[in-house]
Design a protein around this ligand. Sequence first.
Ligand code: CA
Ligand code: CA
Length: 183
Amino acid sequence: MRRLFWVMSLVILCAYGSAQASTIVDFEDWTGDNTERTLADSRGFNFAADPGHFFIIGNFGTSGHRLVTRADCSVTMTKVGGGLFDINSLDFREGGSAGNTIITLTGFFAAGGSISQIYTLDGNTDTSQTFHPLGFNALSSAVFQPVDAQITMAVDNIITPEASTMILFASAALFLRRRPRLT
Ligand SMILES: [Ca+2]
Ligand SMILES: [Ca+2]
């Protein structure tokens, strides 16, 4: 019974840690203006356009900021100061241009190689869609790019779990393994 208590406590702790240890890159911490640019940062991540330009738009002082590209734009996301990251979830939205918005997300692994997935949006420029990429783990960078270079896109709410989550899980596993039997 006590073992069950400990296991349940650790499960709750891990769930809490997992919820707490994810960064949501939502651009709501953006303090710059809404002019066209090639570099921006939010929540500890850098965004660089190459080629092209993007905007961080929104109602300043309220919520709703997001990164919106111009045509002919590819955006690379990296961690400020370097380091690896995962992408568990993100919101894509049409950037406002005509045509079907199809976006390629490519993750580059530190050890070499990459992973790509393609997302087709619903055509409604007023709504975002949430996608959950699979296998986008331990990335050194990620690139967002419309398949048709003339199409624009918007990205927001990129959920990236932090390393501390994994440390917490590892600590919990170690604790269970080393804990002396109580009965
Ligand atoms: Ca936002
Ligand atoms: Ca939409």
